[in-house]
Design a protein around this ligand. Structure first.
Ligand code: PGA
Length: 258
């Protein structure tokens, strides 16, 4: 059975003390939620807070929360001022990393080649990868969304062996839905997720395709999470804005746990 996942992408938000307060508040709220064993909840804070928040979690009894990173570099070490490598994340005992987020692709010129190299670096250090893909508005309107997503998967992932691919989680995030308040309809999400799973089945076989977690991301919130997660191929969400508010994030977690 594939895992269901809710991952909070905090992006470049919060001071350290606000981040700690949010984590503690979340943990407190989650005590009232019975999480089935197949559900994982992560938060992905900014790099400088990773270690501190891991420490905070270690001090909390029976927490179900886990920490992940938002990005990593494709080299392990060297003269890359300002960058953080997968090797460094691993040394902090971080187990998972988001790669290929559309904001990285858009503002930091990350091409499929770069995303491929980053994914490889993360896998080399046994990190689990939340691999983001998704079309922009122009591509959706031109009816090219399937083609775009297929190319992103093909270019950055499909060289991986089945063994390596088993560490990949896909996050379908239509760019037009990220931070815009415009969510994909449950039908649009299900349609793309089914398509992605078909591509995975063609490439890696149905067993691995069925075991791969495919998340939806893009203005997922407390009001629409239920409907989105009700779809057979939507295995949870990558949550931006709503992961910064305890009540909203917990409502989304409850929607997957229901
Ligand atoms: P959003 O962001 O939920 O704020 O739309 C999602 C994401 O960027 O992962």
């Amino acid at each position: 059975m594939r895992k269901k996942i809710i991952a909070g992408n905090w992006k470049m938000n919060k001071t350290l003390s606000d981040a700690q307060s949010l984590l503690i508040a979340l943990n407190e709220e989650l005590k009232t939620v019975v999480l089935p064993p197949d559900v994982d909840v992560y938060i992905c804070p900014p790099f400088p807070y990773l270690e501190k928040l891991q420490q905070t979690l270690r001090l909390l009894d029976n927490t179900t929360l886990k920490v992940g990173a938002q990005n990593c570099h494709y080299e392990d070490w060297g003269a890359f001022t300002g960058e953080v490598s997968a090797a460094m994340l691993k040394s902090l005992d971080i187990q998972r990393v988001i790669i290929g987020h559309s904001e990285r692709r858009q503002y930091f010129n990350e091409t499929d080649e770069v995303v491929k190299a980053k994914t490889q670096a993360a896998l080399n250090h046994q990190l689990q990868v939340i691999f983001c893909c998704g079309e922009n508005l122009e591509q959706r309107e031109a009816n090219k969304h399937f083609q775009v997503v297929a190319a992103q998967l093909q270019n950055a992932l499909f060289h991986l062996s089945s063994e390596q691919f088993a560490h990949i989680i896909i996050a379908y995030e239509p760019v037009w839905a990220i931070g815009t308040g415009k969510t994909a309809t449950p039908e649009q999400a299900q349609e793309m997720h089914t398509y992605i799973r078909q591509l995975l089945a063609e490439k890696y076989g149905t067993i691995l395709a069925d075991e791969t977690t495919i998340l939806y991301g893009g203005s997922c919130n407390a009001a629409n999470a239920h409907e989105l997660f009700a779809n057979a191929d939507v295995d949870g969400g990558l949550i931006g804005g709503a992961s910064l508010k305890t009540t909203d994030f917990v409502a989304i977690i409850k929607a997957i746990a229901a």
